[in-house]
Design a binder for this molecule. Structure first.
Ligand code: NI
Length: 442
């Protein structure tokens, strides 16, 4: 090998060995600059985010029926130059934004569905929509704030797309239908999104999501580990034997037996599980039996919900429900058939990811405005993504400071009100989580 070529080879080898770090540095994002850019852009597009939110609020759609919503979202993501997949899990939309620099893949998720609730909030853009639900005509309202979630995620998509060239990695935007549950007889929600490949090609390394909640506007609540409950639907059929209402000894009364079972069920959480370990709830929300005053029917059906935050306690409660219902029925000469749906999993925040991203949430919310909060007994199907990849789900306050929290209408109320001042904070929270996660800081 001629000497000049040898030395050139040597020089190149040295350069290759010595300069990858230098090359990486020149490519490495300036995190401080990216964060400042996120905050500036979030402020700049804030009027647009408010417009999206009002439009979505005025035109709510029930689960698996988010057709208009889905079209608006897909058009927006496409206008930002993303690869967009539509009709995932019926009406879901998945957009992929590839940053200009190499790096990990991170996903953001918003839910799209509204509820069968007639809006009673006095707003110029209040919903007047109606739809068919369970065989009846019902009002439809974004009574759980999913309109906020979508507008925030559309805003985060806009912000991050404008910074695309400087982003060290890929961002996946997951807009999911039917979080509140699919209509009877249909599949839907996060589980179906996962089944239909929302987390494939590319597979995210982590996922973030938020829910608006009646904390004061801009407050961010989060917690590591069990955050929202595992939920199961409970169904009990009590079979007796029909008789005249004036001659109860002529049969077996399933109504009195059901009353005893309902009271018996109350002792499971209050007497039989360690309530210092985690909260739990057993609720009967529906009871049907009988047709008129003087007939004791042969059957009563009860439907309820079980909420738990601990797997072992869930099994204990399930066994307690069966034992209580079956043996009380037996004591009356009746029979109880208990069925529990397979549990919607626990919303469980990966402790390491939560620890890593807490500083981001604190920076976005401001001093003392982001805190670890108690777990909620509500359930959230974000849990299905968290079963696949590490995830962090947090809460964003939407109650104006002027309203005491105990007076704020809860989610699902016809009076539910979400403050638009929280929108830019939500956009900043999601976009900053992406920048900090991709930038590998903390
Ligand atoms: Ni919700």
């Amino acid at each position: 090998m001629p000497k000049t070529i040898t030395s050139l080879f040597l020089a190149l080898t040295i350069a290759a060995v010595c300069f990858p770090a230098a090359r990486a540095t020149s490519q490495q994002p300036d995190l401080e600059a990216l964060r400042a850019e996120v905050d500036d852009l979030a402020a700049e597009i804030s009027p647009q985010v408010v417009q999206w939110r009002r439009d979505l609020h005025q035109h709510p759609e029930l689960g698996n029926r988010e057709v208009r919503t889905s079209r608006i979202i897909a058009e927006h993501l496409r206008s930002l130059g993303m690869d967009v997949r539509e009709q995932v899990a019926h009406t879901g939309v998945v957009g992929v934004l590839r940053g200009g620099l190499p790096g990990p893949v991170v996903a953001l998720r918003a839910d799209m569905d509204a509820l069968p609730v007639t809006e009673l909030v006095d707003l110029p853009f209040a919903s007047k929509e109606t739809a068919e639900y369970g065989g009846a005509e019902v009002g439809v309202m974004h009574a759980c704030g999913h309109d906020h979630h979508m507008a925030i995620l559309m805003g985060a998509a806009e912000v991050l797309a404008r910074m695309r060239e400087r982003l060290p990695g890929t961002v996946k935007f997951i807009f999911q239908p039917a979080e509140e549950g699919a209509p009877a007889g249909e599949e839907g929600g996060a589980r179906l999104m996962v089944e239909e490949g929302a987390l494939e090609d590319p597979r995210p390394d982590a996922i973030f999501g938020l829910h608006v909640w009646p904390y004061h506007t801009g407050f961010i609540g989060y917690r590591p580990g069990a955050t929202m409950a595992s939920s199961q639907t409970l169904r009990i059929v009590v079979r007796g034997s029909q008789t005249h209402g004036a001659v109860p000894w002529g049969g077996v009364d399933p109504i009195v037996t059901s009353a005893q079972i309902i009271l018996g069920l109350q002792t499971i959480v209050s007497r039989q599980v360690d309530i210092t370990a985690a909260p739990a709830v057993v609720t009967i929300g529906q009871i049907n039996g009988g047709v008129r005053s003087n007939i004791i029917p042969d059957q009563v059906t009860m439907v309820g919900t079980v909420r738990t935050l601990d797997a072992e306690m869930r099994e204990q409660i399930e066994a307690g429900i069966r034992r209580t219902a079956e043996r009380i029925a037996e004591s009356a000469g009746a029979a109880a058939e208990v069925s529990l749906s397979s549990p919607l999993p626990l919303t469980y925040n990966d402790p390491e990811l939560t620890r890593r991203m807490a500083a981001t949430l604190e920076r976005v919310a401001g001093p003392g405005r982001a805190e670890v909060v108690p777990p909620l007994t509500g359930a959230e199907d974000f849990s299905y993504y968290q079963q696949e990849i590490p995830g962090l789900f947090f809460f964003l306050g939407i109650t104006p400071e002027s309203i005491p929290l105990e007076e704020a209408a809860p989610n699902h109320s016809p009076y539910f009100f979400a403050d638009e001042a929280a929108l830019p904070i939500g956009v900043r929270a999601l976009a900053n989580l992406v920048v900090d996660y991709l930038g590998g800081d903390q």
